[in-house]
Design a protein around this ligand. Sequence first.
Ligand SMILES: [Zn+2]
Length: 736
Amino acid sequence: MIVDQQTNLKAYLKEYFGYSQFRGNQEVIIRNILNRKNTFVIMPTGAGKSLCYQLPAIIQPGAAIVISPLIALMKNQVDQMNAFGINAQFLNSTLTKTEMNRVKKETLEGKIKLLYVAPESLTKEENIKFLKEANIQFVAVDEAHCISEWGHDFRPEYRKIKAIIAQLGDEVPVIALTATATPKVQLDIQKNLQMEDADVYKSSFNRENLYYEVRPKKHAKRQLIQFIKQHKGKSGIIYCLSRKKVEEIAEFLQVNDIKAAPYHAGLDAAIRIQNQDAFLNEEVDVIVATIAFGMGIDKPDVRFVIHYNVPKSLEGYYQETGRAGRDGLEGKCIMFYSHNDIQKLEKFNKDKTVTERDNAKILLQEMISYAESSVCRKRQLLHYFGEHLSEDCGYCDNCIRPKEEYEGESYVETVLQTAQQTGERFGLNHLVDVILGRETDYVKSYDHDKLAVFGKGQGDEETRWNSIVRQTLLFEFLEKDIENIGALKLTDKGKQFMEASYAVSLTEDHDYTDLGEEEEPDTSAATNGNNNIPAGNIKSYDENLFDALKKLRKETAKKKNLPPYVIFQEPSLEEMATTYPTTKEDLAAINGVGMGKVIKFGKPFLDLINKYVEENDIITASDVVIKSTVNKSRNKIFIIQQIDKKVDLEEIADIKDMEMEELIEEIEHICYSGTKLNLDYYINQVLEKDQQEELRDYFLNSQTDSIQAALEEFGNDYTEEEIRLMRIKFMSEYAN
Ligand SMILES: [Zn+2]
């Protein structure tokens, strides 16, 4: 169908979809595909991408093929189209033979306008034969980033699409669409679909109403409750990495009186639909989900998207956060970040093929750079998708709480010189190796140790140079060479800078090392031995109060002739300096405290906090006292009961289907929360009296309760298990 400017597409839009106006590029894109031209659409989530192929398919004779990666997504779209009275069907493995035949017959009769096909079904011989006979208007490749192995969602079968389209006849135009593509991925898609000539329509990815923030993952559950309570009654999505975590967090929110429901692929389909509907109908405020949730869901008033775990790539991250604030109003996007999560993701990549692993590593590296950088978040995100923001957004955490800047002119100069002297053919790591003067085999094989710039930056640390190179990219002195993956080359701006340099402000990265407890000990797998790790330079607590509490702890310990950690552990003090507990109940809810300790040691601490709060006019956050999940406490009660009955620990572990190590960890949590446990009946079986004496003396005089330190002290005299048991006995006797 050849359309001219006079063809009234708006009338069709009104007739079929009820809208009076097109959004953004929709109309020009539709005209382009109606003129049978190859078309490439890059449009952020929620901007009306699907309409670009739906409308032209409806108004022309014949059917359009829509290739889509997910069966659930297909069904969703088909349902939507059918609701508009449009005949759309899908062809995939869920259909019976009869249904399949009916769909084929209706397609050949020209009754079906949109035929959704999974790439796997497309490659089947019988389907190719049928499609050749049908009147196909064009092929739409949705979620086209799945074609590229450089992207985050690669599907090998997507790379076969072009060969099949070619069999349908030369003249079938293709429209490829994606909501996420870096310049590199875009090029890869076009090459693979042999549509380098396509007209490209790229919408801006800048969503001004979205607020971006990265938070250190420390006491993350408490932060979660605090945040959600501040946004009471508003819709939000929390993304977790695993199904297990989804269940855990959903349950945790529920017991804390938040209307939350889980969503992941492992749930029964009926429950999944029920939870999704409850979220759409606002019976549920918060949906806790794996990334399986959200595709094809268009809830306009999602007010926050929280990533409880670090996502695998910025592509996925941007797409997921794009579900916030689609109505143009408030949309907060918070990510919890920890090196621990990064390590987990790295572990997942272990089983992948070499290429997949390398690509996943690059994507993850970009994620790390984003999180740790103190440059404007939006500037970074948009730069990643090939868009340049000339000014900071003024509305992200880094803009609102800027880090101190330093003068970077000579640093930028060094980086640019290094890129130039190495022929603009190398990536970040190599450039930094040269700058730091590292004589690696690789550096030597290129004679880069003979360059003038070699070793020029030895005075600064690697992390700083990494950060500087990334900032030269963000400020467009360097750019990624998309033909030559990883290589960084000079831009015109960079070349000009080398001729006449000028002052440049750079910022230090955030430091996320030594975060300590990620979650509250109740559910965290971390052992108490690690609790003494200081919080690094990220202090979310009130330092003055913390210092006062620490001083009080020291005095109390001296009076009672006990090591300070026996009174309260440092993370507990930090938490007190964060939430200002002013009643016995509030204090007992602090991790590692419990009512037992409150009664024994709590009074002077409560007095101190109350006085401090009053003097400093602080509003206490007693409403964010978190409750632990029911199952967990049930487990604990069971263990306490069994120990009271003097049941052997092996037997308890057996009944609860736990490893011995897990059981001891659980017992430690119980003990560190202030419950007295008498394990003598068991310990007497494994340790002699004098051995017990030796270990008790050690803990009484040690400055730390670290298991590692005890193991070092005693060499191979005791096993870790024995030391842990004695620590529990010691804490029960002296601290609880
Ligand atoms: Zn900003």
